[in-house]
Design a protein. Structure first.
Length: 520
């Protein structure tokens, strides 16, 4: 006897999502091998991470994102003493983050293995984990590069060790209420103690991952100049050596659109003790160059992974689901959406790892105390900003397309990861620089570094592959020249926004073709 709808099963769809994200993605393997990841010990680690992401991390992400499990403020203990952490996070978030950090997803020296793990892990959604990993990556980079005392060395060792009882991770606090992205207006003050440390006083407006043990914080040394040269960079531990609250108060958690399991706080620094990182007059430039660039790249990488996750879910569902006597995948508009998801998953993934390759060539020189090639440095700087803008914007669009392919099931929080991925993609768009800021900076830099004199050559240099896309590149170059010559600031920026999207689409297609062709 048929039970009608009671015997309908989604098992084929669920099984199509797979239990190993790496094994199910031969193109990702091609990309990583294209960039030289060949050591079989490293591949064994990456394969293990692919299984972890599709199983424990995916289950944990679902658990962490439930309304009853979300972060909560805990400003005081039972005896009204300021709590050393100030909040609680979902147990699942703690477990996933600890495992990811032990695996090396924020600290592995081989960047292609590191970001291969990051790409696989981001496919389950933020879950309060991607931001901590990105921030820890930035923390480690800045502690390794900038001079500091024994306190900064001890913090670096603590993060790299990842001893039992972890996770041990980092955060970065820049934004203040009066300035937003205009960090040159920062007003948090740093008062010298006379022993090399400073006491920080004032309010920070967006403090994501506030439960981290170590924070990289911008503050204005007392008596310093106004403007960007007056902003320093400091390492601030969450707790004192005695395990007590290090002079801060979490005022509230943001009730934000987007990632729910990641706590983002408003914080008042009440004499928090910190130690300077590098030249205090270069604090803001070091924050942008090292820490924010790292986070911007993580956004681009996570966005590419988000598109890949949306493509897997949408394809699995459209192949499984029957409507009006035919597979959903066979309907023309559904087929078009699926093709665009597949195209962007491949191209934006290839683009992200090509951006990584250029960035690493520059960063490795800087880590060694050498001066990187000037053309390579500006190309990397521009590509990171373009990747952040274009990949995150595209991720939001493609996840939305995937949701529409699932219809009502697409918006059901427990049916698939799509609602979480869509919320996360909004965060990736706003995290570490909104589109307008980064596009304006990119166009200014392009004009500064030769685009106005020879826009076709500049575009070709940015693309990086002399033989690829010659006709499209010339057309884009000529358009860039016209944009730069436009005296109207508004029309110039509107036109450049469109140019940036077209360029990055071409860049992704060229990178993807190079991977398939096996070009070095």
């Amino acid at each position: 006897m048929s039970l009608g709808t009671l015997d309908y099963s989604f098992s084929p769809f669920r099984e199509s999502l797979g239990d190993d994200y790496l094994a199910a993605d031969p193109f990702l393997e091609k990309v990583l091998r294209h960039h030289g990841l060949s050591d079989e010990v490293k591949w064994k680690r990456l394969r293990s991470y692919g299984k972890f992401a599709a199983s424990s991390a995916a289950v944990g992400a679902d658990a962490a994102d439930r309304p009853g499990e979300l972060p909560q403020l805990t400003p005081f203990d039972a005896w009204s003493t300021p709590h050393p952490v100030g909040l609680t996070v979902p147990p699942a978030t703690r477990r996933i983050l600890a495992a990811a950090l032990r695996a090396g997803a924020a600290t592995e020296p081989d960047v292609f293995l590191r970001y291969g793990m990051a790409y696989l892990g981001a496919q389950v959604g933020e879950a309060g984990v991607t931001c901590p990993l990105a921030c820890t990556d930035g923390l480690v980079r800045v502690l390794q590069e900038l001079s500091g005392g024994p306190e900064t060395k001890a913090a670096l060792d603590h993060v790299l060790m990842q001893a039992p009882g972890g996770p041990v991770h980092g955060a970065q606090f820049v934004t203040e209420v009066q300035g937003g992205s205009d960090a040159a207006t920062n007003a948090v003050v740093a008062v010298p103690e006379g022993d090399g440390s400073y006491r920080l006083h004032g309010k920070k407006w967006f403090c994501s991952n506030a439960w981290a043990q170590y924070w990289v914080v911008t503050a204005r040394p007392e008596g310093g100049p106004k403007g960007p040269r007056g902003v320093g960079l400091f390492l601030v531990p969450r707790e004192t050596e005695e395990g007590k609250n290090n002079g801060f108060r979490l005022d509230r958690l943001k009730d934000k659109l987007g990632t729910r399991s990641l706590p983002t706080a408003e914080m008042t620094l009440l004499g928090a003790r910190g130690w300077p990182l590098g030249d205090l007059h270069s604090g803001l430039s070091n924050m942008v160059r090292v820490v924010l660039t790292t986070s911007r790249f993580w956004n681009a990488m996570a966005a590419a992974a988000t598109i890949r996750a949306a493509q897997r879910i949408a394809q699995g569902y459209a192949d499984f689901r029957q409507a009006f006597g035919r597979s959903v995948a066979d309907f023309p508009l559904a087929a078009e959406s699926l093709d665009l998801l597949e195209r962007d998953a491949r191209n934006y993934t290839a683009a992200a790892f090509e951006v990584l390759a250029g960035w690493e060539r520059v960063a490795s020189k800087e880590r060694a105390g050498e001066v990187p090639d000037a053309n390579e440095a500006i190309r990397s700087r521009l590509l990171v900003m373009l990747a952040k803008v274009c990949a995150t914007r595209r991720a939001t669009k493609r996840v939305h397309d995937a949701i529409m392919l699932l219809g009502g099931n697409g918006i059901e929080e427990r049916f698939s990861a799509l609602p979480r991925l869509w919320r996360d993609s909004i965060i990736y768009e706003t995290w570490e620089g909104p589109h307008g800021l980064l596009l304006t900076r990119t166009l200014l830099d392009a004009a500064k570094y030769g685009a106005a004199e020879d826009p076709v050559a500049f575009t070709q240099g940015l693309l990086g592959s002399p033989a690829a896309g010659a006709e499209e590149t010339e057309a884009l170059g000529l358009r860039l020249g016209a944009i730069l010559a436009d005296p109207d600031e508004r029309s110039k920026m509107v036109a450049f926004e469109g140019w940036a999207t077209e360029f990055y689409d071409l860049f992704g297609a060229v990178c993807s073709a190079a991977v398939e062709a096996g070009d070095a």
